[in-house]
Write a protein that binds this ligand. Structure first.
Ligand SMILES: Cc1cc2nc3c(=O)[nH]c(=O)nc-3n(C[C@H](O)[C@H](O)[C@H](O)COP(=O)(O)O)c2cc1C
Length: 160
């Protein structure tokens, strides 16, 4: 099984989870960076990031390498923003949606409270799927480390 983890992370939580999972599954890591970086702290972080997510923006991304032919399984990783798909992932999905049709898809979501279920529904709708191969929802695994997150990461990798 050839797996890529395509993810965006503003404050390192999704990056932390994606890296741990890539190690365990021997997956390639592809990090997305918007050309115009989002504010990463304070009021502006929530205001501009939240607005961008709710508006369904698709920001331009820095160049990255992703060859869909190389993979049969793609794990999408992102933080929950205002219960919406994070904009850099929206840009990626817009470009690759058709090429992902015959792939297995799994999802990793990081959040600080709730909203992940809504994001999963939005992703299913966008990708035209009833379900994903696997789903993992973590609460701030880097900034608020807990044994529970480690257990969930291990379970996700074993069941993958
Ligand atoms: C713009 C913005 C909106 C957010 N909205 C939510 C939300 O709706 N629900 C939630 O539980 N956490 C929300 N969060 C918190 C992040 O999802 C959470 O801290 C996540 O672990 C951050 O991942 P990262 O470090 O990879 O960026 C939001 C954070 C930002 C910056």
């Amino acid at each position: 099984m050839n797996t890529a983890i395509v993810y965006y992370s503003l404050n390192g939580n999704t990056k932390f989870a994606a890296s741990r999972i890539a190690e365990k599954l021997n997956a390639d890591l592809i990090e997305l960076h918007p050309k115009k970086a989002y504010h990463d702290k304070g009021f502006k972080k929530f205001y501009f990031g939240g607005k961008s997510a709710v508006m369904g923006e698709k920001p331009e991304l820095m160049p990255y390498e992703f060859n869909a032919d190389k993979y049969d399984t793609i794990i999408l990783g992102m933080p929950v923003w205002a219960s919406c798909i994070t904009p850099p992932l929206r840009t990626f999905l817009e470009e690759y949606k058709d090429l992902l049709k015959n792939k297995e898809i799994a999802v990793i979501l990081c959040q600080s409270g709730s909203g992940a279920n809504k994001v999963l529904e939005k992703l299913k709708k966008l990708l035209g799927r009833e379900s994903f191969k696997a789903e993992l929802v973590l609460i701030d695994p880097k900034t608020n480390p807990k044994d529970e997150n480690e257990l969930k990461i291990n379970k996700f990798c074993i069941e993958f």
